[in-house]
Design a protein around this ligand. Structure first.
Ligand SMILES: [Zn+2]
Length: 189
């Protein structure tokens, strides 16, 4: 199980088994209750898997909804004298990277895995990607820009610690492709 799920959930989970459901699993947040509907034939182990999986997805979503990436990136760009992205969004399918930047189009994607992390860590990842709008790669020029953000070092340490304890989520197979297509980032090495 992923370690970035806060121990305390913001909601309680209610499971319904349905004979009408054949394969699909549904989940809906109603007030403070996450209603998970599963097919009646599923085993207890599968039920637990889906409770964990849906809780994780909704926890990320709630965390992501709390942050206005557009406003945040504009403020950070202003404060650190960096370019603004043309578009910045959460990515729900980014498993190996914290963020990515496509300088040609000026677009940035931030993995919603970090949405529940402290604000100063989220800000670091945003600043890191903003810097790629100026400099490609991770040379001295790049790090000089990144360190305009004072908590950069601390945030990198935080992300390294998270990555170390979160091996189940890491899949390095698409790493090279992602790197070639965009400028995609892990911890920032
Ligand atoms: Zn980078």
């Amino acid at each position: 199980m992923s370690t970035d799920v806060p121990h305390q959930r913001a909601f309680t989970v209610e499971v319904t088994r349905s004979t009408r459901r054949r394969r699909s699993v549904g989940a809906q947040l109603v007030g403070n209750t996450l209603r998970v509907a599963i097919p009646s034939w599923m085993s207890r182990a599968e039920e637990q898997h889906w409770i964990d999986e849906m809780s994780r997805r909704f926890t990320r979503k709630l965390s992501a909804d709390r942050i206005d990436l557009q406003a945040r990136s504009r403020a950070l760009a202003r404060r650190h004298d960096l370019r603004r992205p043309t578009d910045i969004r959460w990515a729900t399918d980014m498993t190996t990277r914290w963020g990515s930047c496509t300088p040609v189009t000026g677009t940035i994607r931030i993995s919603d895995r970090i949405a529940a992390y402290p604000d100063w860590v989220v800000d670091y990842v945003i600043v890191h990607e903003l810097c790629h709008l100026h400099v490609g790669g991770h040379g001295p020029d790049f790090w000089a820009l990144v360190h305009r953000y004072q908590k950069a070092e601390r945030a990198i340490g935080y992300l390294i610690a998270k990555a170390g304890s979160d091996d189940t989520d890491r899949d390095d197979t698409d790493r090279d492709d992602t790197d070639r297509a965009d400028r995609a980032d892990g911890i920032g090495d």
